[in-house]
Design a binder for this molecule. Structure first.
Ligand SMILES: C[S@@+](CC[C@H](N)C(=O)[O-])C[C@H]1O[C@@H](n2cnc3c(N)ncnc32)[C@H](O)[C@@H]1O
Length: 243
């Protein structure tokens, strides 16, 4: 099961501000990753948790990649198909990818892994479907002060599945992938929070429902304490050695 119940990315308030790329930074970090990984036209890449299909469309149209998307939610897929007819979009779960082993040059997980019920299983699947030398592109929320996460009361929405830098990096390495790049892009999160606060009076739509009154204020204080940030991580499946 995934933590879909909170589903802040389904809120019209958030979408009004993010546009169809439902994450901090929009396509900017997708572009940055494409540049750093050096994919060639025609290479096969998968966007897991593709949402409205924005990245899949971009990767296919702007770069000529053989791009496909996968999402758990029939509703998101229906909206993506309506917006981008002709894209290859599969229904599936990140931890059980319906794809052959060693069949992909790249796998994107953009603001998705923190929502997955079993992020380690999802990363193990990424490792399986990547070709030797293939890239994992991971962008997500992280805690810049992970030591201040209160273990007894989980944070809402994507924050519930976020962790500190070390936590994310350890998980990627445990899946067998070689970490190449970690970049902090918290400015994009700050920008998005500011835009939400400007248009709606609060950034609550980022995390989902925090209750009301005192409980909401307590939750917001807890969130502020762990200093949420946003990162881009690139990791590689080891290339095969010959000879
Ligand atoms: C925050 S949205 C991001 C969508 C897209 N990556 C983007 O940035 O625009 C998270 C997406 O991940 C999908 N998702 C959540 N858990 C998933 C899982 N375990 N397997 C596949 N998709 C999942 C949701 O349905 C949703 O479309």
């Amino acid at each position: 099961m995934s933590r879909e119940s909170a589903a802040p990315y389904e809120s019209p308030e958030l979408r009004r501000v993010t546009g169809p790329a439902l994450r901090p930074g929009g396509l900017a970090l997708t572009e940055r990753a494409v540049e750093l990984c050096g994919f060639a036209p025609g290479e096969r890449v998968l966007d897991i948790g593709c949402g409205l299909g924005t990245s899949v469309h971009h990767l296919a149209e702007a770069h000529g990649f053989n791009a496909l998307g996968l999402d758990l939610s029939p509703m998101m897929l229906a909206q993506a198909r309506q917006e981008h007819p002709g894209l290859v979009l599969l229904r599936g779960e990140a931890s059980a990818l319906p794809l052959a082993s060693a069949s992909l040059h790249g796998v994107f997980l953009e603001c998705v892994l923190s929502l997955a019920a079993s992020p380690s299983a999802a990363l193990a699947e990424c490792y399986r479907v990547l070709r030797p030398g293939g890239w994992l592109v991971l962008s997500d929320l992280y805690f810049r002060a992970p030591q201040l996460v209160a273990v007894d009361s989980p944070l809402p929405g994507c924050l519930g599945g976020a962790r500190g830098r070390e936590g994310w990096q350890d998980m990627v390495r445990a899946a067998g992938l070689e970490l190449t790049i970690w970049e902090d892009h918290s400015d994009y999160l700050r920008q998005l929070a500011a835009q939400l606060a400007w248009s709606q009076g609060s950034a609550t739509a980022l995390w989902g429902d925090c209750g009301s009154g005192d409980s909401c204020r307590d939750m917001n204080e807890k969130i502020a304490r762990v200093r949420p940030g946003y990162f881009l991580l690139l990791a590689r499946k080891k290339a095969e050695r010959h000879g």
